[in-house]
Design a protein around this ligand. Structure first.
Ligand SMILES: Nc1nc2c(ncn2[C@@H]2O[C@H](COP(=O)(O)OP(=O)(O)O)[C@@H](O)[C@H]2O)c(=O)[nH]1
Ligand SMILES: [Mg+2]
Length: 398
């Protein structure tokens, strides 16, 4: 892919020297744009490309030269932005790689051992593979349908080569996630601000810190953020959110412990309207132990939100701690019964060797994962991208 990018840049240069017409610029812009799109295609990520690092360095140097020499007038700035983009992407891929280290070391090393152990594809091979996937928290149902598909494919394509089978495994895991659907990891932002996002999830999963990371992301994008401390149950929760509001330069509404969360939300949303906030992030207490109470509390909060900002909340995000494994899946199922969850943020993927949970959630809960937490820094909260995830997981195998 990188070589294709370089080629497109070279071609553009050549054309530019040849004839400096707007038509050529447009043609090159489209060409580069098209190739950038291709970059995202999974097949390119799985290119047998072990010296990706070196190629990245080369492309950096090329880019700088390009920028210095060629892009002087304003109309070309757009193209510069396009070319700069992979750098951002590269950082993000690195965060995925680092955050998924534990899972990769565990999962991929087992897969490589398995390939080395057998010299042909047998039932024992399939049984061991099944166990590896279950141990990685991919989830029993997901594993079962995956194994069926894999067996079918081995039969149909008469696959005998174990090395090739590894590639087929990666491919099938990707297919299981995508499953012919267009999956959007984008947060649904309202055309008429504020965009209201409600956060739910049990205690300790990372709701408050995720709100802080998102606030910081929106702040960097130049958006104004309001934080509402709807977790009035846990001692210190309001104070903790207030501190994050200060650090991220967000507005804040929060009352004392024990206050009615719906009342806090009501005041917070009205203040957000007054201040013309772009985004409102609402923290809540997730006492799943008492499902009926939690359901009533969330119903009440939702009614208030809808009344103050018709059409809101635009997202109800469930936060799940990836280190809790199958328990996290049970939480997702329980919350789904209680309220209308529109997306999941999976935190602490860096802290588990069982990162297969991402695949299980999609299959077993049916709610898209919008962001994943790959560490404690704000940039470690990454928009979920199945291609980067699969790459982060299998890069040692490619
Ligand atoms: N390693 C790691 N820690 C995280 C991540 N997200 C949250 N945490 C930590 O999880 C702990 C609990 O987070 P908190 O936001 O207070 O959870 P809450 O009770 O759901 O609001 C804190 O120590 C966070 O720093 C993550 O993606 N990776
Ligand atoms: Mg909290």
């Amino acid at each position: 892919m990188y070589s294709i990018t370089i080629c497109s840049i070279e071609l553009r240069n050549w054309l530019k020297n040849y004839k400096k017409s707007d038509l050529y610029s447009f043609f090159c812009y489209t060409l580069i744009g098209g190739f950038m799109g291709l970059f995202n295609k999974i097949k390119n990520i799985f290119k047998k490309d072990n010296d990706i690092e070196n190629k990245d360095e080369n492309i950096e140097i090329k880019k700088d030269e390009e920028i210095k020499e060629d892009f002087r007038d304003e109309s070309k700035e757009k193209i510069v932005e396009e070319i700069k983009e992979p750098k951002v992407d590269k950082d993000s891929v690195k965060i995925y790689e680092k955050g998924l280290t534990k899972t990769r070391e565990n999962f991929v090393s087992k897969l490589i051992n398995l390939t080395n152990k057998y010299n042909k594809i047998t039932e024992e091979y399939f049984d061991e593979l099944e166990e590896i996937l279950i141990m990685a928290d991919v989830g029993v149902n997901t594993v079962m349908s995956f194994m069926d598909r894999l067996r079918d494919r081995v039969k149909k394509e008469k696959i005998e080569d174990l090395e090739y089978l590894k590639e087929v495994i990666v491919d099938e895991l990707f297919i299981i996630y995508v499953n012919d659907e267009i999956i959007s990891s984008k947060i649904n932002e309202s055309a008429n601000p504020p965009t209201v996002i409600l956060f739910v999830g049990v205690n300790g999963v990372g709701k408050t810190t995720t709100i802080a990371k998102l606030a910081s992301k929106y702040h960097d994008e130049g958006k104004s953020v309001m934080m509402i401390a709807g977790d009035t149950f846990r001692a210190g929760a309001t104070k903790q959110l207030e501190e994050w509001a200060n650090k991220t330069e967000s507005s804040f509404v929060g009352y004392e412990e024990g206050a009615d969360p719906a009342a806090v939300v009501f005041d917070g949303l009205n203040k957000a309207l007054d201040e013309k906030s772009d985004v409102v992030l609402i923290d809540t207490a997730g006492r799943l132990q008492n499902k009926t109470n939690l359901m009533k509390e969330l119903e009440k909060i939702n009614k208030v939100i809808e009344k103050v900002v018709p059409g809101a909340p635009h997202e109800t995000i469930l936060i799940i701690d990836a280190t809790t494994g199958q328990n996290g899946i049970s939480q997702a199922k329980a919350f789904k019964e209680i309220t209308n969850i529109t997306g999941i943020i999976l935190t602490k993927l860096d802290g588990t060797a069982k990162g297969g949970i991402v695949l299980a959630i999609k299959e077993e809960v049916g709610i898209p994962v919008k962001f994943i937490g790959l560490g404690e820094r704000k940039e470690d909260l990454q928009e979920f991208d199945i291609e980067k995830y699969i790459y982060g997981l299998f890069k040692d195998m490619m």
